[in-house]
Design a protein around this ligand. Structure first.
Ligand code: PAF
Length: 277
């Protein structure tokens, strides 16, 4: 695996690469990321993974400084997964003027769900992803469904701005007890880790109720949020939304997604389940 740190070098390599798939990451890689790499390999001749912890998408008081940087271990995993190039720019390479003057501004959905609790987050994601797309110039990019709102924002950006790239969604990887794989799971204490699958159990219970024809979204959301709170969680939101638009769901809606974000101690976990009925 070649490690490339400069934009110029990556662009030169890209000209030789044929059909190219791209997996953007912030590092601290786990099996969920490797599933993205596997999907990428199935869509192209060559695979590029980027590792870049993007300051722009972290709010004040969030975990930008503490975000785990595990370069050596990440390289070993990517090498074993057959990745062709790791793009590993430093901050000055991606943000040479330190401040980014032009940003990609997502529509109102950026202020809802996770965006209501992380102002500016999706602007930071859309901006860095569009920069990376322009740099890597891949044919395909793979994104995990665990970050369902992020996937929605990226797809809308690609559609609305006519970006010449295909977005491939990849199912959420889960531990045996259902917990969605996430780099932030490493922040959980042993006790919190044992408690963490409760979030997925509630999403599953809401899915089952929806499949059984229940349309009382607010009642289902509140029951789950109350139980989580009773077990020490601080719930940011649990909401049933339309799967394709992320707009508020109306009774009888056939394609839904149940999304949640909640904090256990200092760790903020997110998860979701799609429901088609
Ligand atoms: O999902 C992530 O890891 C990040 O939001 C991404 C897409 C790499 C942009 O920094």
């Amino acid at each position: 695996m070649q490690i490339i740190r400069s934009i110029a070098q990556l662009r030169a390599w890209r000209k030789t690469a044929g059909r190219l798939a791209f997996v953007p990451t912030m590092g601290n890689l786990h099996a969920g990321h490797l599933a993205l790499v596997e999907a990428a390999r199935q869509h192209a001749d060559k695979v590029v993974v980027s590792i870049f912890v993007n300051r722009l998408q972290f709010g004040q008081g969030e975990d930008f400084d503490a975000y785990p940087r595990t370069f050596e271990a990440d390289c070993a995993k990517l090498e074993a997964a057959g990745v062709d190039v790791l793009f590993f720019p430093d901050e000055r390479e991606l943000y040479p003027r330190i401040k980014q003057d032009f940003n990609v501004e997502p529509p109102h959905i950026q202020n809802e769900l996770c965006g209501a609790f992380r102002p500016g987050h999706f602007r930071g994601v859309a901006t860095v992803v569009s920069k990376l797309f322009n740099i890597v110039q891949a044919d395909v990019a793979c994104f995990g469904k665990k970050d369902f709102q992020q996937l929605h924002v990226i797809r809308a950006m690609v559609d609305d701005l006519n970006m010449p790239i295909e977005i491939v969604p990849v199912d959420t990887g889960r531990a045996e007890d259902g917990l969605a794989l996430s780099s932030r799971n490493g922040y959980l204490s042993a006790e919190e880790r044992a408690e963490a699958p409760r979030l997925y159990r509630h999403l599953s219970a809401i899915r089952d109720a929806l499949l059984a024809g229940d349309n009382r979204y607010a009642v289902l959301e509140k029951a789950a949020a109350d139980d989580l709170a009773a077990h020490g969680w601080r719930v940011d939101y649990i909401e049933v939304r339309q799967a394709d638009t992320l707009e508020v769901a109306h009774a009888g809606e056939p394609r839904l997604v149940v999304l949640a974000a909640a904090r256990l101690g200092r760790t903020r976990l997110i998860d979701n389940i799609e429901v088609t009925r």
